[in-house]
Design a protein around this ligand. Structure first.
Ligand code: SF4
Length: 279
């Protein structure tokens, strides 16, 4: 027994050393794999995004307009020298109708409309195929809003740019969209051409959205479908049709079976009862 404990005692330093080496190896493996993953993710995303996707983001405080607009070129066209970059900035500012003199301004020295144009110029400078505009005109007053929408329409007509325009303002959606996709809890409920979806909505949620738009007439009757209840959690969505807790047309299968989008009269609708409902 004594021999056994003696041999254990002798091996303790080696065991501890082996444990430290193992822990160090595990830690290094984690750090390296994360670093490799980040590098790979950045490389492939940048390669793809640089050629196809423009994201219209808000302005960056602390930098001048020139730098804000030119920044995507540092990533997507690093081969350009300073002169070529400056020319691309001038071209982008001209495309969005901004004067060259604004180059040296800071974002807080711009109006809301100018700041939006700078953000659009920053996205367009890489000549994307797709432009994602998330609530691009939500904070603007009516006249400036119209100018920005006209700018996007012009750009689309001139270059064939595809625009994914995300908005809660149905009037804006109606005025700018060729096709409209309505989402509820992250799921498609209806997809149709711009005018069709406003003329003849086929999903109860789309109908409720349209009915919720205020009409500038105090004695006008309200819409047909007012929406009650609360929005469920997206982390724990309802079973079956995710809209069923708030739908007045719900029936048993709606609570069990998720409706798949199917083609109805030129639209794509995810509702079990889309064909029979008169909305
Ligand atoms: S599937 Fe059922 S619950 Fe969902 S929108 Fe259609 S009728 Fe309403």
């Amino acid at each position: 027994m004594e021999e056994f404990w003696t041999s254990i005692t002798e091996h303790i330093p080696r065991l501890l050393l082996a444990l430290v080496v193992l822990l160090l190896g595990w830690f290094l493996a984690r750090v390296i794999s994360k670093a490799v993953f980040v590098v790979l993710a950045r490389t492939s995303l940048e390669e793809w995004a640089g050629r196809r996707l423009g994201v219209k983001t808000g302005g960056k405080y602390g930098h001048r307009v020139e730098r804000i607009v030119a920044e995507p070129l540092e990533v997507h066209a690093p081969e350009l020298d300073a002169k070529a970059r400056s020319e691309r900035v001038a071209d982008a500012l001209q495309r969005v109708g901004l004067d060259e003199s604004l180059r040296s301004r800071f974002p807080h020295q711009l109006s809301g409309g100018q700041a939006q144009r700078v953000a659009i110029a920053r996205a367009l400078i890489v000549n994307p195929k797709v432009l994602v505009c998330d609530e691009a005109v939500a904070a603007l007053d009516g006249s400036v809003r119209q100018q920005i929408l006209d700018l996007l329409r012009r750009e689309q007509a001139a270059t064939g740019l595809a625009i994914v325009f995300i908005s809660h303002d149905l009037a804006v959606v109606r005025s700018i969209s060729h096709r409209v996709m309505v989402l509820y809890l992250g799921r498609l409920v209806e997809l149709a051409d711009g005018e069709g979806i406003f003329r003849q909505p086929r999903h109860p949620y789309t109908r409720a959205l349209l009915d919720a738009v205020p009409v500038p007439d105090p004695i006008a009757p309200g819409g047909k479908l007012s929406l009650g209840g609360e929005m469920p959690s997206i982390i724990n969505p309802p079973s079956g049709c995710v809209f069923h807790p708030r739908c007045r047309f719900v029936e048993t299968r709606c609570r069990i079976q998720l409706p798949r989008a199917r083609s109805i009269g030129g639209a794509s609708v995810a509702c079990h009862r889309a064909e029979e409902l008169e909305l």
